[in-house]
Design a protein around this ligand. Structure first.
Ligand SMILES: Nc1ncnc2c1ncn2[C@@H]1O[C@H](COP(=O)(O)OP(=O)(O)OP(=O)(O)O)[C@@H](O)[C@H]1O
Ligand SMILES: Cc1ncc(C[n+]2csc(CCOP(=O)(O)O)c2C)c(N)n1
Ligand SMILES: [Mg+2]
Length: 327
């Protein structure tokens, strides 16, 4: 039922009603209409951001708008899907024009960069909460899945790991780092880059993929389970992917860097597998998409995740717990 004030509809009209060009119908009716091209499947994913749990109340609203969409686009990237459209469900404690202006700026900037149109949503009063559903398209049967890893495949990760967690620990007061290290880590925490171009380039190359949100070790476990395989993961190779390490190598010891890389969370990178014969094709996909790709292990027939150090020795005395809302 409509609210008694017209504020809700003014808000939607002012901040979230740009005309759509690629979809047959955007917001304003009871449903939006999408028209994926012939032969394409729709890829659909939802991610919610809750104040205090996914972001701090002090975050710049433009960053929040960016991140709310980025974490969703990251799921499309993991499936090798091309972004088409998204919906935005928003609970707001109050009507704050300045906040909404900046939030929508950050949101639309990333949406425009990916040709992904806002086609509808829902707006209500309540504790600050942002839920986006993205729709992408992928040629039928070509989506990258968690279930495709095979024994003998190489295991790869894109970009950098652990820096978002480092920034979170600084905000929590449990870590102290030089200001330039904090600035870079904070940018990764508040402004992740969804690896959409890499996901597209990995279609037909990667055997499986997942995006990393809860932490590499835990998220990799989903791939292993879905694929019915195991893996050996070189924790020190993964730990080389922490960008802060290049800036400040002595900040942590080897175990500390491994913790950030394997159990940091909030990375929004892709972990993916590919047969050794596709090694050069993976490097070409990484180069074509302007994203680093690092080999961090191998898929094996024996179930379970075996975490080793750079010399191949088992690491048994470190726990790599992934983020769990109810854990
Ligand atoms: N409330 C729900 N109802 C139905 N399915 C759900 C629900 N919550 C999660 N799922 C499904 O469970 C799976 C795991 O959900 P999760 O939110 O952890 O996704 P993810 O991609 O692994 O992580 P992230 O949300 O960080 O992207 C997904 O396939 C998701 O669609
Ligand atoms: C204030 C604050 N506290 C903690 C975190 C870390 N964090 C929250 S949810 C999540 C996993 C992905 O979420 P989901 O599984 O819901 O998609 C991570 C790593 C943060 N970013 N901000
Ligand atoms: Mg995901």
């Amino acid at each position: 039922m409509a609210s008694s004030s017209s504020g809700e509809f003014d808000l939607i009209a002012r901040y979230f009603s740009r005309p759509v060009r690629r979809s047959p119908l955007g917001g304003g009716d009871d449903c939006a209409l999408l028209a994926p091209a012939a032969g394409m499947q729709l890829a659909v994913s939802s991610d919610m951001l809750v104040e205090g749990r996914h972001f701090l109340s002090t975050v710049d609203p433009a960053s929040l708008g960016h991140k709310a969409l980025a974490v969703n686009l990251s799921d499309l990237a993991a499936c090798g899907a091309k972004p088409l459209a998204f919906t935005l469900a928003l609970a707001l404690p109050a009507m704050d024009g300045d906040w909404l202006q900046r939030f929508s700026q950050g949101l639309y900037a990333l949406a425009d960069a990916h040709g992904c149109e806002l086609v509808g949503g829902d707006t209500t009063r309540g504790p600050l909460n942002i839920c986006i559903t993205v729709f992408g398209e992928v040629p039928a049967g070509q989506a990258l899945l968690r279930s495709g890893a095979r024994a003998g495949d190489e295991l790869w990760v894109s970009g950098t790991l652990g820096d978002a967690r480092l920034a979170l620990e600084v905000f929590r007061g449990t870590a102290q780092v030089p200001s330039e290290v904090f600035a870079a880590a904070r940018a990764r925490m508040e402004g992740p880059t969804p690896r959409v171009a890499l996901g597209l380039a990995l279609r037909g190359v990667a055997s499986s993929a997942i995006d990393l949100s809860d932490g590499l070790a835990g998220d990799l476990g989903h791939v292993l389970k879905a694929s019915g395989v195991g893996a050996t993961l070189d924790a020190d190779a993964a730990a080389q992917c922490v960008a802060a390490r290049a800036q400040q190598p002595a900040l942590l010891d080897a175990a500390g860097w491994r913790q950030l890389a394997l159990a940091g969370g909030d990375d929004y990178e892709l972990a993916f597998t590919a047969p050794p014969a596709a090694h050069e094709a993976v490097l070409a996909a990484a180069q074509a998409s302007g994203t680093a790709a690092t080999r961090i292990g191998r898929i094996e027939a024996e179930p379970g995740l075996r975490i080793v150090d750079g010399r191949g020795q088992a690491i048994a005395n470190e726990r790599f717990a992934s983020f769990d809302h109810f854990g």
